[in-house]
Design a protein around this ligand. Structure first.
Ligand code: SAM
Length: 286
């Protein structure tokens, strides 16, 4: 069975296994919660679903999508360290890859980037943290929203030096100045952030798509780097490993609510509430 068919099979299994709710049901659940951050997340989902964006916001989307188009046609080959998004067997090896192939395979699609963008416009975070910069596409959406908010900055983590430098150039060309690209392995960068007392209120995890890698990031984030914030996990159903990791995370202590959107998972983590997520989990199929 090819990867596409096996993905479809997983998707249909998922629909049967999970209680998938309608958008209206979910929004009313989020609204009733009484927690501000959950309600803002509901507003972000609403903007995303109704494609409700201002002219100024659409100008940003246009500029970033122009960059994506350019990169998707860029045949330059770069040598980069593979950090093992697809498994430990290639971890740390140097690989030659074309920019167009990296852009097509690694960058989050415009659709989901608009959800990230909406989360920033509604939650107005002071500090956004991204695991996995790559060429800077999702980072550009996050930082553009913070620019429009006139508040907040993006710290984005990338292990490969060449790719990090390429992303910096892209951010510069887009005139996004509220971004810092932090080079190094996630585990090491996380230690630095903790030592510096950095607190993030919105996190996008889009790096190592393995069971251990994803759980390690969640454990390192919780309590110290995120004490009250929204954490978005990418590709939660991409593999059995990712599905297992997500199912542990969403029922972990401090996770007050979670939304499983098949491609991404959103959770609200609040250390101080200190109770287990007990049923406030929704799956939304759009
Ligand atoms: C899927 S790509 C990120 C795509 C980007 N968020 C976007 O949508 O435009 C993942 C990136 O994370 C980096 N990465 C993965 N695991 C890492 C690790 N353990 N430490 C540092 N960087 C890592 C890879 O080098 C890769 O560039």
């Amino acid at each position: 069975m090819g990867p596409y068919r096996s993905y479809l099979k997983k998707f249909s299994e998922y629909i049967f296994k999970n209680k998938v709710v309608s958008m209206n049901t979910l929004l009313s659940e989020l609204h009733k919660s009484g927690f501000e951050k959950i309600q803002y997340t509901g507003e972000a989902l609403q903007r995303f679903v109704h494609n409700d964006f201002t002219t100024e916001e659409k100008e940003w989307f246009k500029a970033i999508e122009l960059l994506r188009k350019k990169l998707c046609n860029e045949p330059t080959v770069v040598e980069m360290i593979d950090y093992g998004a697809i498994g430990d067997q290639v971890q740390g090896k140097i690989r030659k890859r074309r920019i167009n192939e990296i852009c097509r395979s690694s960058s989050k699609s415009a659709r989901w980037c608009k959800l990230l963008f909406s989360l920033v416009t509604q939650l107005k975070p002071e500090c956004i943290l991204e695991f996995g910069t790559s060429l800077g596409i999702s980072g550009a959406y996050l930082a553009a929203a913070a620019t429009l908010n006139r508040k907040g900055r993006l710290l984005t983590l990338e292990g490969d030096t060449t790719i990090a430098e390429t992303a910096r150039n892209h951010f510069k060309n887009l005139r996004l100045t509220n971004i810092e690209v932090i080079e190094g392995k996630f585990a090491e960068s996380l230690l630095q952030l903790r030592e510096q007392g950095i607190k993030a209120d919105l996190v996008f995890v889009d790096g190592n798509h393995t069971f251990n890698g994803t759980l390690e990031i969640f454990k390192a984030l919780s309590k110290s780097v995120v004490s009250d914030g929204i954490i978005v996990f990418d590709d939660i159903c991409w593999s059995d490993e990712m599905q297992r990791a997500w199912n542990i995370i969403r029922f972990s202590e401090g996770v007050v609510f979670s939304i499983d959107m098949f491609e991404i998972g959103i959770c609200y983590y609040n250390y101080n509430m200190n109770f287990y997520n007990n049923g406030f989990n929704s799956s939304l199929w759009l």
